[in-house]
Design a protein around this ligand. Structure first.
Ligand SMILES: [Ca+2]
Ligand SMILES: [Ca+2]
Ligand SMILES: [Ca+2]
Ligand SMILES: [Ca+2]
Length: 293
């Protein structure tokens, strides 16, 4: 938790816990796939200050605004700093989730009624799958769905319905143990949506493995390559990717292609890629032209 925002954080947590959280009505029956040779790949919390600099990269943004969302906007936001036990805890993944929540509500005018915010102890496999099924039941053609995860990643050999030799997972929990939600499982959970307008973002190690969620109309932004680490930076009080994408980029700093008062997902990605020193963000963009949330 950020020290200077603790009071605000407590207030916000109170508000969220009393009014804003939409709880899933679905009774989940989803079980993640069995896997072997699992290797937990922990997000790295930087010890010292971050190096200066940045790189120019090939732009993801075309500068042309794609079709706008004319329907409802839904989001599932997950951030896990406090995993069961003390071995695997992070510092800023919970802050990442709160910042993404605030960005969607304040910048992109999402209704808090349509946001499932699952932080720490609430980010159980059952709550996550129930939230996805809930949104799947609600979202109509033309509606928009955002899925965000900040926490650890893992790799392993999973029976998750695809033909990959090595699978990547996001790491969640069931209240007492770590639970691995594999790329093939997520692909299955995200199949059958009525809308193709789905943006997902992963601030975790090995996030690049989540390109498996690719489908027409979707954009997937990932903090790292399929083999790379992701980092959280104390001076930024966030994961590096989340900070540049949501905290800076989407709050206006990425608005340059064109500078029109809107920050598209592709603009935010370009800004993030150029700004990150440690993360190596990757994108899978199957949305025609630029996606404005
Ligand atoms: Ca813990
Ligand atoms: Ca897989
Ligand atoms: Ca713009
Ligand atoms: Ca695009």
């Amino acid at each position: 938790m950020k020290k200077k925002f603790v009071v605000i954080g407590i207030l916000l947590a109170f508000l969220i816990s009393t009014v804003a959280v939409t709880t899933a009505k679905h009774k989940p029956d989803f079980k993640p796939s069995h896997a072997t040779d699992i290797e937990l790949v922990k997000k790295v919390t930087l010890k010292g200050p971050k190096a200066k600099g940045g790189k120019r990269a090939k732009q993801a943004s075309t500068g042309v605004l794609g079709e706008l969302c004319k329907g409802e906007k839904y989001a599932i936001i997950i951030g896990i700093s406090d995993y069961p036990g003390d071995e695997n805890d992070l510092r800023y993944a919970d802050d990442d989730a709160v910042d993404v929540y605030n960005t969607l509500v304040n910048v992109y005018r999402f209704s808090s009624d349509n946001i499932y915010l699952l932080i720490d102890r609430d980010a159980t496999i059952d709550n996550i799958t129930a939230a996805i099924e809930d949104v799947k039941g609600k979202a109509q053609t033309g509606d928009e769905v955002v899925f965000f995860f900040s926490g650890h990643g893992a790799r392993g050999i999973a029976d998750d319905g695809d033909r990959e030799k090595i699978d990547e997972a996001i790491v969640v929990h069931d209240g007492s143990n770590l639970v691995y939600l594999w790329d093939g499982d997520l692909k299955q959970l995200f199949s059958g949506f009525s809308t193709s307008r789905i943006f997902s973002a992963f601030d975790s190690c090995l996030a690049g493995g989540m390109t498996d969620l690719k489908a027409t109309g979707r954009v997937i932004a990932m903090a790292s390559t399929e083999n790379g680490y992701s980092y959280e930076i104390p001076t930024l009080e966030n994961g590096e990717f989340t900070y540049y994408f949501f905290e800076q980029g989407m709050h206006g700093l990425a608005d340059n292609h064109p500078q029109d008062g809107n920050v598209t997902v592709e603009e935010a990605f370009d800004y993030t890629k150029a700004s990150c020193d440690l993360d190596r963000p990757t994108i899978s963009d199957s949305f025609e032209n630029d996606l404005l949330l």
